[in-house]
Design a protein. Structure first.
Length: 107
């Protein structure tokens, strides 16, 4: 391979890597913009839900009535058992269980 071929191959490889790097950046930027847009829509939808919920209560409906129709209170957290954090460990450390001296003696 002569120097011109070597240079051409190197430039081709660098351009391909650069193109892939820019494409990945564009993909993550588009996703970030979509998340920001959806968050803004969510805030707007929650505000509209809160206002409509207050209005329906003024017309004599109760929380129980609305719940019967499957309509939750605005901002209410889902019911059920909370999930345990994924990085949690047993609160009792291994050192305190069966702790003894270096020979295992607990006397």
């Amino acid at each position: 391979m002569d120097l011109d071929q070597l240079e051409s191959a190197a430039v081709q490889r660098l351009e391909a890597e650069r193109t892939a790097k820019i494409a990945a950046l564009k993909t993550v930027a588009e996703a970030a913009v979509r998340v920001a847009d959806l968050r803004a829509h969510m805030v707007s939808a929650e505000a509209a839900h809160t206002a409509a919920y207050r209005e329906v209560l003024k017309h004599g409906w109760t929380d129980a009535d609305l719940k019967h129709f499957g309509i939750d209170q605005p901002g209410k957290k889902p019911t059920g058992r909370p999930r345990r954090p994924s990085g949690s460990t047993n609160p009792v450390s291994a050192v305190s269980v069966g702790a003894g001296n270096e020979n295992g003696y607990q006397g």
